[in-house]
Design a protein around this ligand. Structure first.
Ligand SMILES: Cc1cc2nc3c(=O)[nH]c(=O)nc-3n(C[C@H](O)[C@H](O)[C@H](O)COP(=O)(O)OP(=O)(O)OC[C@H]3O[C@@H](n4cnc5c(N)ncnc54)[C@H](O)[C@@H]3O)c2cc1C
Length: 335
């Protein structure tokens, strides 16, 4: 376990904003993670857990307590079942499954961050989400001060949401278990743009490696793969989730998908763009990505305050124009 002082949050987050951390505690395994969390809780220091820092807006004032950076690594394979340490790099895990002939997460290639954060917002892309393969999440519960395993039902997964997100700060993810499908073919492709790129129909399968390559190519084209040379990837990915509204409130012209129970999911990208924030709309050091209106990006010198003010303007304009409330996807962390 390593402790450092006054490291800026900006250095640990993909949006590259956020002030100095009082104590940065880097932990290498699950036991160190639990010990670091218990130590912060017992001493009353505010605690922030950080994996890859790719889904947070960090405060300009910094963090007046402990930031625990989860660096535990390791994949344990038993047949089609994988137990993965929380700090393990997500895309390294996806690459491992594709190499090892295990299907179920190939469409989630190229998503930055740690494995332990994936159940938090039920990470998803290109027709897959982790809720389809997660079978157990081992946690330390800060309220109960105990370690146990959550079943998928107890995780309460929903679209870009889970109980871990709805009860912020309570659960520390230690490891995640996934059940995958042995074979060289992907799970049925569930996303039109990906199916087109692969030359298959929706519902058909394709070689795992081809799916991974196609997803990475599509993502790179939108600045959705972290790359220091690509200013469009200085983001938290999509900044807003696709709003789910009663079908009668669907917006004319806006692409939508059935969301069950008489509801539809609207394209947040369309709403943002048609509210006047097309690709490359800039204000100060922040704005929309030049290749994807849903990703807000920062330039050197940006602050969290500037970014959140821009996001608020987008939300207010979409509300005024279309009567739809956009929800932010990244967490604005505060002590
Ligand atoms: C370029 C880019 C593209 C992206 N594309 C996608 C996408 O396609 N789909 C998608 O769903 N997301 C996407 N994201 C968002 C992000 O990558 C994911 O949400 C990712 O899972 C966050 O992982 P992280 O380790 O960086 O989490 P962090 O940003 O470090 O943390 C996110 C939240 O989880 C909490 N947390 C972190 N680790 C733990 C733990 N071990 N236990 C409990 N809580 C924890 C944090 O406290 C915080 O509240 C993208 C982001 C970027 C920058």
């Amino acid at each position: 376990m390593q402790v450092r002082r006054d490291v800026p949050l900006a250095d640990l987050t993909t949006l590259a904003v956020g002030g100095p951390i009082e104590r940065l505690v880097e932990v290498e395994d699950a036991a160190e993670l639990v010990a670091a969390v218990r130590d912060a809780d017992e001493s009353g220091r505010p605690l922030l857990l950080l994996g890859g820092g790719s889904n947070v807006v960090a405060p300009d004032e910094g963090w007046p307590g402990d930031v625990v950076a989860v660096r535990s690594r390791g994949i344990e394979r038993t047949g089609e079942r994988l137990v993965v340490q929380a700090g393990h790099d997500w895309d390294d895990l996806v690459a491992y499954t594709v190499r090892g002939g295990l299907a179920g997460m190939e469409a989630l290639s190229g998503i930055p961050g740690s494995t332990g954060a994936t159940p938090v917002q039920n990470v998803g892309a290109y027709g897959q989400e982790v809720a389809q393969t997660v079978t157990a999440v081992r946690v330390y519960d800060r309220a109960e001060k105990s370690e146990y395993t959550l079943t998928p039902a107890e995780c309460g997964f929903a679209y870009r949401d889970s109980r871990l997100k709805r009860e912020p700060g309570r659960f520390v993810v230690l490891d995640v278990t996934f059940a995958l499908h042995a074979g060289e073919l992907s799970r049925p492709v569930g996303y039109a743009e990906l199916a087109r790129r692969l030359g298959v129909e929706i519902g058909e399968q394709a070689p795992l490696a081809d799916v991974r390559a196609a997803v990475l190519e599509l993502r790179r084209g939108k600045g959705m793969v972290l790359d220091p040379a690509d200013p469009d990837s200085r983001s938290a990915g999509s900044f807003f989730t696709n709003p789910i509204v009663p079908a009668e409130l669907a917006v004319e012209g806006c692409p939508s998908w059935p969301a069950g129970d008489g509801h539809v999911k609207l394209s947040a990208a369309w709403l943002v763009q048609h509210a006047g924030f097309g690709r490359g709309t800039r204000q100060g050091h922040v704005g929309t990505s030049s290749r994807h209106s849903l990703a807000l990006t920062t330039e050197p010198g940006a602050t969290a305050g500037e970014l959140l003010a821009f996001a608020d303007r987008v939300v207010a304009t979409v509300q005024e124009k279309f009567g739809v409330t956009l929800e932010r996807e990244p967490t604005h962390v505060r002590p």
